[in-house]
Design a protein around this ligand. Structure first.
Ligand code: ATP
Ligand code: LTN
Length: 339
């Protein structure tokens, strides 16, 4: 009898160390990463994408500190450095190299259409640098470097993933099957957690402090920010993203954390005031994040251990990256050289 051994699939995702990670990063990305690590069908690679963070000005000391802190947070959320490859993007130079090569297969018009570029360019009008423009090419390189099958991300990254797929298909059409064409993995609830102060915009770690809940916020701060969250004046608890963005965001956060359907939640809170809903969301968020906060403190207390994990895992990632890079060099006709 012949046994069919299925090759394990690869998952890759990344988060920028550009600030304090938020509830949006947690619900939209990190929580799904933790779920996926236990699926035996996958090898998971999760990266602190520090090169991407450089597209806006960073204070060097703060950036250095935040890379280690982000790794500690990955682990505090439950990511296991033995089961997954957890590392820092700049430690594997192949990301930048493939980024350059793929840039030669990406059109200006494609990059000009990216909504994140348009948003960030208007936010940082004094520093619209070329890196901000080619950001999605480096993201495509991150993903394609490892033959990634699945990319767990929030809804805001869907357009970038589509571009990565287009680049992979274009390259494969020219040179044969080099890259795996990746799929997005976007959770059902919480795919786009909105700002608490401007609920028509996504919650973002680079906005002002009251607009987001940081994963490491103290319980009293979480409750205060949620109590102050912008809603509306009609007093009705109902899920309607367009008409009632503030209330819908609260329902969606609650649903993402408790697993209860939005409609069931809306029915449960019918006739109650917004205060009751806000308190319920605060209770759920505090309960979910408290253990993360205490584990984070424990991990962060041992920096040498974290640095060792980064070092070892970068070595594991670099080995995998090398395989793709030598294939790409050969296909492109770069002069032979032992990498
Ligand atoms: P920045 O505000 O610095 O641009 P960010 O908060 O958008 O960053 P990233 O590091 O760029 O965070 O994103 C990491 C992951 O978190 C991505 O998969 C992204 O889709 C997801 N994510 C970020 N914000 C949200 C959100 N508000 N809701 C759901 N997912 C989110
Ligand atoms: N662009 C993403 C972060 C990111 C990423 C990646 C996500 C960089 N490289 C590769 C998934 C896969 C963002 O801005 N959220």
């Amino acid at each position: 009898m012949t046994e069919v051994i299925e090759k394990k699939k690869t998952i890759f995702s990344g988060i920028q160390p550009s600030g304090i990670l938020t509830l949006g990063n947690y619900i939209g990305a990190l929580r799904n990463w933790v779920k996926l690590q236990d699926d035996p069908a996958y090898n998971c690679i999760y990266c602190v994408v520090d090169l991407h963070a450089l597209t806006v000005r960073q204070d060097p000391a703060a950036l250095r500190r935040r890379c280690v802190e982000t790794l500690a947070l990955f682990m505090a959320c439950g990511l296991d450095p033995e089961k997954n490859i957890l590392y820092c993007q700049s430690h594997v130079p192949a990301h930048s190299e493939l980024g350059w090569l793929l840039g030669c297969f990406t059109y200006m018009g494609e990059l000009q259409r990216m909504t994140q570029f348009k948003d960030k360019a208007s936010k940082h009008a004094d520093n619209i640098n070329a890196g901000l423009f080619t950001y999605p090419v480096l993201m495509a390189a991150d993903i394609l470097l490892y033959g990634t099958d699945l990319v767990p991300i929030g809804e805001d990254q869907r357009q970038h993933l589509e571009l990565a797929r287009d680049i992979a298909i274009r390259f494969n059409n020219l040179y044969g099957n080099v890259f795996t064409v990746p799929e997005a993995y976007i959770g059902k609830a919480g795919r786009r957690v909105m700002s608490l102060t401007e609920p028509t915009r996504k919650m973002s770690k680079s906005d002002e402090e009251n607009s987001y809940i940081a994963i490491l916020d103290k319980p009293e701060d979480i409750r205060r920010k949620l109590r102050r969250a912008v809603t509306d004046s009609d007093g009705v608890i109902r899920y309607d993203r367009e008409g009632k963005p503030g209330v819908s965001n609260l329902l969606e956060i609650l649903s993402a954390i408790t697993g209860e359907e939005m409609e069931a939640l809306a029915a449960r809170f019918e006739g109650q005031g917004y205060g009751a809903l806000k308190d319920a969301v605060a209770d759920a968020v505090i309960q979910e994040l408290s253990p993360v906060r205490s584990r984070y403190e424990e991990f962060l207390a041992d920096k040498p251990y974290l640095e060792q994990i980064m070092q070892n895992n970068a070595g594991r990632a670099a080995k995998l990256a090398l395989r793709t890079m030598s294939k790409v060099h050969k296909k492109l006709g770069l002069a032979p050289y032992k990498l």
